[in-house]
Ligand binder design. Structure first.
Ligand SMILES: Nc1ncnc2c1ncn2[C@@H]1O[C@H](COP(=O)(O)OP(=O)(O)OP(=O)(O)O)[C@@H](O)[C@H]1O
Length: 265
């Protein structure tokens, strides 16, 4: 386990993948460890497993970096971020196998030694679900949402309700087609909060219970209800293979303006 290139193509096991974690530590030059990572694993658990696998000092604090272009595009993952969600956004070749030389990989680094570098981390705790807040006050909820918004995390759960904050700009990262597949058949809350998760849960409930389902979109004017309904419909038609090619998405979305006209008559 002491090379810069890894040892061969990774194995795939359903939703789990083998991810190469390289180290950037004062005590070594180029060590890596292949780790089996599943979609729900967070940076926190991946760091823990890498530290154990590499036999590193568990008393130290480590952080995990996603590298897209060595030295140029490096992003520090927060403890609750899910590394496999990042991998799915890499180009196919980089998703399958990611030795350092291909430019897409993860780095485990000593947090203390690297303070000041690549710091996107924020000391405030990040909550995917507002139900995890220690004290629930209006101020606390708004602050938690604000901190997530600063990190471009526009979705947050409050139990099985999804709160969406209008970013007022297109965030391609969120709506990558690979995310539709990733959220398919996943329990709510296993992956990062997302509108596709709501669509998938509603579709599965409908199919399993054979009962119509309803998703309520509520918010003030301009908050993003129409936009959100488009993402829901896109996701529903994409995961329903039969309707995917039938133009249903276009038909349903086309009904929107007609209904809105009715609203003002
Ligand atoms: N998830 C999003 N990503 C990017 N932009 C968004 C998102 N949600 C909303 N927006 C932006 O905000 C604008 C207003 O959103 P939208 O039309 O969906 O609001 P609305 O709640 O349906 O408003 P109204 O109730 O007045 O019809 C959109 O045109 C879009 O530019």
């Amino acid at each position: 386990m002491s090379t810069t290139e890894g040892a061969g193509p990774p194995e795939h096991d359903g939703e789990a993948r083998v991810v190469q974690i390289y180290t950037r530590l004062p005590q070594d030059a180029a060590t890596y460890c292949p780790l089996q990572v599943s979609a729900g694993d967070t940076a926190r658990s991946v760091i823990h497993n890498a530290v154990v696998t590499l036999g590193l000092n568990a008393g130290q604090t480590y952080s995990l970096l996603e590298v897209r272009r060595p030295g140029r595009e490096e992003r520090l993952l927060e403890a609750g971020d899910r590394p496999l969600e990042r991998v799915l956004l890499w180009p196919p070749i980089a998703q399958r196998w990611h030795p350092q030389t291909h430019g897409y990989f993860f780095i485990l680094q000593d947090q203390q030694a690297n303070n000041g570098d690549n710091q996107v981390e924020n000391s405030s705790k990040d909550y995917d679900d507002l139900c995890d807040l220690q004290t629930v006050t209006e101020e606390g909820i708004l602050e938690a949402l604000r901190q997530r918004f600063y990190r471009l995390k526009i979705y947050t759960y409050a139990g099985n309700i999804l709160i969406a904050i209008n970013p007022n700009k297109f965030l391609p990262l969120y709506y990558n087609p690979k995310y539709v597949k990733m959220y398919e058949n996943q329990p709510l809350g296993k992956l990062s909060p997302h509108i596709f998760a709501i669509a998938d849960v509603a579709l599965r409930a409908m199919l399993n219970r054979q009962v119509n389902q309803c998703i309520v979109l509520s918010g003030e004017s301009g908050s993003g209800k129409t936009e959100s309904s488009s993402y829901l419909i896109h996701c529903l038609t994409a995961i329903s293979k039969k309707t995917y090619s039938s133009g249903l998405e276009r038909t349903v979305l086309g009904a929107g303006p007609v209904l809105e006209v009715g609203h003002f008559v």
